[in-house]
Design a binder for this molecule. Structure first.
Ligand SMILES: C[S@@+](CC[C@H](N)C(=O)[O-])C[C@H]1O[C@@H](n2cnc3c(N)ncnc32)[C@H](O)[C@@H]1O
Length: 255
């Protein structure tokens, strides 16, 4: 799965009515590999995807653009972001495949499929992170994949750069409440393994200075579990899908 080209990023960004959201979307799509990596991981099994802390629904937009979106269930406790995500899905003409709700991570819908938790964990205190990871594990289908991306607590400059960025995100109002607890790798791995998942953790920061990691987990006895948790994942090695970007261009014509 290759990163989207600039025109495609612009088209997705154009689905957002708010200028700040457009700038954010363009920047994320151009510099952060997390959506492309998630699409590559999920494309092998078309299952419903629960995106916990979905923000403005950029992952759903990306998956739609590359033809990997089946049924996208996003939740976020910030009602403004959910409103923006819904409007953007309508603008992209795929709202029929999207269910978005304003809710806390404590009230997850009873889905069975894949689960994504991208850059959300550290906004919860340690005990809530533990219970969220345990709950997320129960929502996986036998061949479902849990994709987590998060900053991990480590003694390096990237970790401190991340804390600085989080400070600005909090004071700007983008993430009210801000970071609560930065987990270590062991704090993420422990609950997932005790819930019966195979876990792989590797660095995933793209062209950002942040101390971000990709954590991929799958039921130990799930079909083909070795495919994603036992081999290092390299975006550059991944084959490009037949990217149905014409969907994007047709929605762009209506802008
Ligand atoms: C950095 S954003 C990531 C958004 C999205 N996952 C992405 O990668 O594009 C973190 C999101 O987590 C949401 N969030 C934080 N705490 C939450 C909670 N307790 N319940 C639901 N959403 C939460 C925030 O509102 C925010 O949209």
């Amino acid at each position: 799965m290759q990163a989207l080209d600039r025109a495609s990023c612009d088209i997705i960004a154009g689905h957002y009515a708010n200028r700040g959201h457009r700038i954010h979307a363009r920047w994320k799509l151009a510099h952060d590999p997390v959506y492309a990596v998630t699409a590559e991981l999920l494309r092998h099994a078309r299952l419903p995807l629960l995106d916990i802390g979905c923000g403005i629904g950029l992952l759903g937009q990306y998956l739609h653009a590359v033809g990997v979106l089946s049924n996208y269930i996003g939740l976020d406790h910030d009602a403004r972001k959910i409103t923006a995500a819904l409007a953007a899905a309508r603008q992209g003409r795929f709202e029929q495949r999207v269910q978005l709700s304003s809710a806390d991570v404590a009230t997850l819908p009873a889905t069975r499929g894949h689960v994504a938790l991208l850059d959300v964990l550290h906004y919860l205190p340690a005990d809530r992170q533990h219970s969220l990871l345990m709950s997320a594990a129960t929502l996986l289908a036998p061949n479902g994949i849990l994709v987590i991306r998060n900053v991990l607590r480590e003694p390096n400059w990237r970790f401190h750069a991340t804390r600085l960025e989080e400070f600005f995100l909090t004071v700007s109002g983008w993430i009210p409440g801000g970071a609560q607890h930065y987990p270590t790798a062991a704090e993420v791995r422990g609950p997932l393994e005790s819930a019966g998942l195979d876990v792989r953790i590797e660095s995933l920061r793209g062209r950002t200075p942040y101390n971000s990691y990709l954590i991929v987990a799958q039921p130990r006895h799930g079909a083909d579990s070795s495919a994603v948790t036992r081999q290092p994942f390299r975006l550059a090695d991944a084959k490009a899908d037949a990217a149905p970007l014409d969907q994007l261009y047709s929605s762009a014509q209506s802008l």
